[in-house]
Unconditional design. Structure first.
Length: 77
């Protein structure tokens, strides 16, 4: 079951911070008032989401730490 993920960006004078969430898990209180949604992606698993995130950020290949990361999200995730 594909789930939507969101990438948020927040900039201030000192730094740029990114937050990557499953849309349904996003807690807006974790984001500051200047945060902007910059990208969304659908993925069937944590590993797929992180692979796409790394591609989007041009960070190279995401190294999956465990095979379980490729297991599809369930309705309870």
């Amino acid at each position: 079951m594909a789930s939507k993920h969101e990438l948020w960006k927040e900039e201030d004078a000192d730094a740029t911070e990114y937050a990557f969430f499953l849309s349904r898990d996003r807690d807006m209180q974790q984001l500051g008032p200047n945060a902007q949604l910059i990208w969304t992606v659908d993925a069937d698993s944590y590993a797929e989401a992180m692979t796409k995130y790394y591609e989007f950020m041009d960070w190279g290949e995401y190294n999956v730490m465990s095979p379980e990361a490729w297991e599809p999200y369930s309705l309870s995730d």
